[in-house]
Design a protein around this ligand. Structure first.
Ligand code: NDP
Ligand code: OXD
Length: 309
């Protein structure tokens, strides 16, 4: 008998995922038509409602459709004892690297300034600064942060990163642990946040840390909205401490129509699309883990939800 995968994507791409899993030999059950939960073997989900996964008595693995795991938090969302695997797939990483490169280059080459000069029909030539003289700091040097760091090094930027443990990435200066955060911030003219959302990282983009950045720094937040205290960011932009920001994620999503972030002249808003798991490559990661499970081998990218990432 075929095994069944319960699918809740959060986006309008269920058919593509379904096709991939059916080719692999799984039956796919959509979340909204989930029926008898005894028949569910695997679940691939984004923000599942509390109580549902725990009511699947034969569930073998829960796959997060995203890299982040915060959507699985909350009482009764993930039943104890069922392994959880997070999403790590090459196109998710590539998409984030593109997003980071785009915004880093945009700030580095002063494009927001040139865009505003264009609107004024103002022709002001100036010498661009070499990338080697631009200090970029990345909060989080995991799958996504490390890939972005490598790409920025290739372009010649002066790159440093911050993580819990020390990293050894060619051309990237490693800062680690809470004690070294101020030093990383003090050198970051462009600060990129690619941290997971945990109790330790929530609100990390706050007034105190903005004040540690060089004056006129830029912020790129592609991690989670709850990393950033939005009111304190607006204040730091008002004072000129932060010159510009690219925000893909927000405290409340969708970003409310009334939010001042939408119309801020120096904030670039995107609707949580910095990178999105691609069904083809994402399904390959899921299927590989199912194969491993069936063969009794260790899963890849299984996570400890208690650690938070
Ligand atoms: P990883 O788990 O691979 O990496 C997390 C990194 O953060 C690690 O380097 C880790 O350090 C570091 N870290 C965690 N906690 C701390 C801490 N308290 N202090 C210092 N460093 C810390 O995650 P990914 O790179 O795969 O993803 C990062 C996040 O990006 C996701 O959690 C998600 O929220 C976000 N994301 C956003 C997307 C979007 O479209 N906007 C798309 C995909 C992901 P160490 O290595 O030492 O453990
Ligand atoms: C993710 C996301 O965590 O898309 O993958 O935000």
């Amino acid at each position: 008998m075929k095994e069944t995968l319960l699918l809740k994507t959060g986006l309008e791409c269920s058919d593509e995922w379904r096709g991939e899993f059916e080719r692999f030999g799984l039956e796919v059950r959509e979340w909204r038509a989930r029926g008898d939960l005894r028949g569910i073997d695997y679940a691939l989900v984004w923000a599942p409602h509390a109580g549902v996964l725990g009511a699947c008595p034969n569930l073998k693995i829960i796959f997060s459709i995203g890299a982040g795991l915060d959507h699985l938090r909350g009482e009764n969302v993930v039943p104890p004892g069922v392994p959880v695997v997070r999403m790590v797939e090459p196109m998710l990483t590539a998409g984030m690297t593109e997003y980071v490169l785009f915004h880093t280059l945009r700030f580095h080459r002063e494009m927001p300034q040139f865009e505003s000069e264009q609107r004024e029909r103002s022709w002001r030539q100036r010498q661009p600064r070499p990338a080697a003289q631009r200090r970029v700091g990345i909060l989080g040097l995991g799958e996504l942060g490390a890939a972005s760091a490598r790409a920025l090094v290739t372009l010649g930027f002066d790159v440093a990163g911050w993580s819990r443990s020390e990293k050894h990435i060619d051309g990237v200066r490693s800062f680690f642990g809470a004690a070294q955060l101020p030093e990383l911030l003090a050198r970051s003219e462009i600060l990129i946040c690619l941290l997971p959302l945990t109790a330790q990282t929530e609100n990390i983009l706050n007034a105190e840390n903005f004040a540690r950045l060089p004056k006129g720094a830029y912020l790129i937040n592609a991690a989670r909205g709850r990393h950033c205290v939005e009111e304190e960011l607006l204040a730091a932009m008002e004072s000129g401490q932060i010159a510009g920001a690219a925000l893909d994620v927000f405290q409340t999503e969708p970003l409310p129509e009334t939010s001042p972030l939408w119309a801020h002249p120096r904030i670039y808003v995107t609707p949580h699309i910095a990178s999105i798991t691609l069904p083809q490559t994402g399904a390959a990661h899921v299927c590989e883990n199912i194969r491993r499970f069936r063969a009794g081998r260790a899963l890849t990218h299984a996570v400890d939800l208690a650690r938070g990432y």
